[in-house]
Design a protein around this ligand. Structure first.
Ligand SMILES: [Zn+2]
Length: 367
């Protein structure tokens, strides 16, 4: 049974209990209500304890109804929610709830992300060390942001570059771009880069798909047309068997720069790839591939715990938002928070390098 202890993430604990409660609701409407409440708590900027008023009531939070508020107050008073625990025990779904609880390890709530960014005792990258984001999606695949939006939003965030990494043609389900569409995108990128010269540089990237055997779903001459190649797993993410060979092959594949969301896990729903990560990290160091911390709140992959192993192995890192809209570009902060908690040295983060060094490294890896 999850119970609060000192220094733990109360927002995360409460959101998890609300998700558990949502999962055992018989009515769809109630299920969605508790899910919305859980999301509201996870995206709160401040620790929920700070919203408790002297009279013992909770300050109003959007999307949190009276029954969710009751659960929150229970947790704040007792460290857990007897209401939720009793309902789980009576639902006959304890095993399924426990399974989902195991799939929420090492996720950070938004309040924890902001606390890690503020915490001066941590030695990893600071926000101001971060010069650009290297995984995101545009209207060319399944994103809603145009290339122009990406540039404007990047400049507003203080970046000097960003890589557009739409899905490769192999991933039809995510609107993968054909080579013809990619050629069109590259023309638009060239035009925009001329327009914003000296201010901002858009990098021609792709998120290629790692097949079951670890090969990448694009031909070498196609990969050679890109400046940054993120390779990421999108299949076999719920299987228990060991996939070390697949992931080692992926980091050894020619033309790959970044191993994107290495496990492909999703919060509370799937574990992602099982592998001997030390071996994968060592192989990545040998081939010079950067390991990504994907900052999408539902991914957080690698998380700080696994990232510590990659630091020890000597890996390079990429910290990315995996944004599909400009509002999601702030997800890069989640990745930076994990890197701070893992103590990733700034000089090993390719997003923190000056643009010229990054482009030179990327070029060297293509030849
Ligand atoms: Zn992906």
């Amino acid at each position: 049974m999850p119970r609060a202890s000192s220094g733990m993430d109360m927002n995360g604990l409460i959101a998890a209990l609300l998700r558990d409660f949502a999962a055992i609701q018989k009515s769809k409407q109630r299920m969605w209500g508790y899910k919305r409440a859980a999301s509201a708590i996870l995206t709160l900027e401040e620790p929920i304890e700070s919203l408790l008023q002297p009279d013992g009531t909770l300050r109003r939070i959007p999307n949190i109804g009276p029954s969710s508020t009751r659960i929150i107050l229970e947790v704040l008073q007792t460290g857990t929610s007897p209401t939720v625990e009793k309902a789980i025990a009576e639902s006959g779904e304890t095993a399924e709830v426990e399974r989902r609880r195991d799939l929420r390890a090492h996720f950070l709530s938004r309040a924890q992300v902001l606390a890690a960014l503020r915490n001066k005792k941590l030695t990893g990258p600071r926000l101001e060390d971060y010069h650009g984001d290297l995984q995101m999606h545009s209207t060319y695949s399944d994103g809603s942001q145009s290339l122009e939006d990406i540039i404007e939003a990047g400049i507003a965030r203080g970046y000097s570059f960003s890589a557009v990494t739409d899905h490769s043609y192999g991933l039809k389900i995510a609107g993968g771009v054909s080579m013809a569409e990619l050629a069109e995108q590259h023309q638009e990128i060239d035009r925009l880069n001329r327009k914003h010269r000296g201010r901002f540089r858009l990098i021609k990237g792709i998120e290629a798909n790692i097949r079951a055997d670890g090969s990448v779903d694009m031909e070498p001459d196609e990969l050679a047309r890109l400046e940054i190649v993120v390779a990421a797993p999108h299949s076999a993410l719920r299987v228990a068997g060991d996939q070390t060979a697949r992931m080692v092959n992926a980091v050894k594949a020619r033309g790959v720069h970044i191993l994107g969301h290495p496990r492909g896990r999703k919060m509370g729903s799937r574990p992602g790839v099982t592998a001997d990560w030390h071996k994968v990290f060592k192989a990545a160091v040998r081939s010079g591939v950067a390991i990504e911390i994907d900052g999408d709140p539902s991914r957080q992959d690698l998380d700080y715990d696994l990232a510590r192993g990659a630091v020890e192995a000597g890996c390079l890192f990429a910290l990315d938002s995996d944004a599909h809209s400009t509002g999601e570009l702030r997800y890069a902060e989640t990745a930076i928070a994990h890197a701070r908690l893992a103590g990733v040295p700034v000089e090993r983060i390719i997003n923190c390098w000056p643009l010229e060094r990054l482009l030179e490294w990327a070029r060297d890896r293509r030849t």
